[in-house]
Design a protein around this ligand. Structure first.
Ligand SMILES: [Ca+2]
Ligand SMILES: [Ca+2]
Length: 308
C-alpha cells in the first residue's frame, strides 16, 4: 500500500508527481505478459548484487533468485492513456530507479514505445516525432539514458554492464502557450516497453531491476491558473469498498464519474466537498476503473484505480 506522506527521494520541486509505482501493491499501469522465458517478476530481490529493492520490499526484476539464462527475451509494459493523465502527449515525464548487472554491450535492457496500440515500436532514443500546432513535443532526457553507441548484441541501444542504483529521467516536452485545453494531442495513449535480452554466451549475472517509477509533469507556472495540476491521491488503491480522494490543495469538488475499461460510465455522483471525499465503490465488479473527478472551475481530472 502507498502511505500518505511516504517520500523516498526529492527530485526537484517543479516536477509534479502525477502517480507513482513502488511495486508494493498492484498497479493499473503495469503489465507483465505471461510467456515461457519472461523473466520479469514483481518480488523481493534475493540475489547477491540485487539484494534489496529501492523502496521496500519489492521491485520489478529479471527473476528474484536466479541468474538470467542465455537466449532470453523478456518484457513488461507500462500503459498510459489520456484518460489517466490529461497532460499526456505534451508534458509527460517518467523517472525510475534501476540497477543492472549484465555482459557489457551484449546483454541488457532497452525501452521502446508505441503510440499505435502496439503496431509499431521505436526505441525511445528515436522517439522525437510528434508535434502539435507547430510546436514540437520533443523527447528529452537528462543524461541518464543509454546513448546511441551503447549497442547491445541485437543492435538495439540499451543499458548494460554493472551499476548500482541510478536514476533515469525522460519524457515529452511541450510548452503550453495559453491553455491546457488543447483540441487534440500528440498522442492519446503510449505504451513503454521494458525489454531485456541475452545472447548465446552464459554469464552468472543478475539482469535488470527497476523500482520507484514515477509519472510526472513539469509545472510551468501560470498567472492564469489554467495549468492547475493537483496531486490527486486515491486511497486505498486497490480498494474493496471505500475509495478516498485527497487533493493536495483545497478545491471544491463537484462530482465524479466512474468509467470502466471500455469507457462506459458505471457510477456517478455529486461530491460538494473540499480537499477530500470518500466514495463507496463496493457494488462494482472487480476490475480496473477510471475516476473522472470534476472540480469547480477546472477541467476534469482522470485517475485509475483497481476495485478488488
Ligand atoms: Ca518498491
Ligand atoms: Ca550473455
Amino acid at each position: 500500500m502507498l502511505a500518505f506522506g511516504q517520500v523516498f527521494e526529492v527530485e526537484g520541486d517543479d516536477w509534479n508527481p502525477l502517480d507513482s509505482i513502488y511495486f508494493e501493491s498492484p498497479s493499473p499501469y503495469v503489465t507483465i505478459p505471461e510467456y515461457d522465458g519472461n523473466l520479469w517478476q514483481i518480488a523481493t530481490p534475493q540475489k547477491t548484487f540485487f539484494e534489496s529493492s529501492y523502496s521496500p520490499d519489492n521491485a520489478i526484476l529479471t527473476d528474484s533468485i536466479e541468474f538470467y539464462p542465455v537466449n532470453n527475451y523478456s518484457h513488461f509494459d507500462l500503459n498510459f492513456s489520456q484518460t489517466d493523465f490529461d497532460v499526456l502527449g505534451y508534458n509527460f515525464f517518467i523517472t525510475f530507479r534501476h540497477k543492472i548487472d549484465t555482459d557489457t554491450l551484449r546483454d541488457g535492457g532497452y525501452i521502446t514505445a508505441s503510440i499505435d496500440g502496439g503496431e509499431s515500436w521505436i526505441n525511445i532514443l528515436d522517439f522525437n516525432a510528434c508535434g502539435f500546432a507547430g510546436y514540437p513535443a520533443d523527447f528529452v532526457e537528462f543524461g541518464t539514458l543509454y546513448g546511441s553507441s551503447d549497442t547491445l548484441f541485437n543492435g538495439e541501444r540499451g543499458f548494460s554492464g554493472h551499476s548500482d542504483w541510478r536514476n533515469c529521467h525522460f519524457g515529452w516536452y511541450f510548452l503550453p502557450v495559453n491553455s491546457m485545453h488543447f483540441p487534440q494531442f500528440c498522442f492519446e495513449d503510449i505504451t513503454l516497453r521494458f525489454n531485456f535480452i541475452s545472447d548465446t554466451l552464459a554469464e552468472s549475472q543478475e539482469g535488470w531491476m527497476i523500482d520507484n517509477i514515477r509519472i510526472r509533469s513539469h509545472n510551468f507556472g501560470s498567472s492564469t491558473g489554467e495549468e492547475f495540476e493537483p496531486t490527486i491521491v486515491l486511497f486505498p488503491n486497490p480498494t474493496f469498498d471505500i475509495l478516498s480522494i485527497t487533493l493536495d490543495e483545497v478545491k471544491l469538488m463537484e462530482g465524479y464519474d466512474i468509467l470502466d475499461q471500455q469507457g462506459k460510465q458505471v457510477q456517478s455522483g455529486e461530491l460538494k466537498r473540499q480537499f477530500n471525499a470518500e466514495i463507496f465503490v463496493g457494488d462494482l465488479p472487480s476490475g480496473v476503473y477510471t475516476l473522472r473527478l470534476k472540480l469547480s472551475n477546472q477541467r476534469d481530472f482522470f485517475r485509475k484505480f483497481i476495485k478488488e
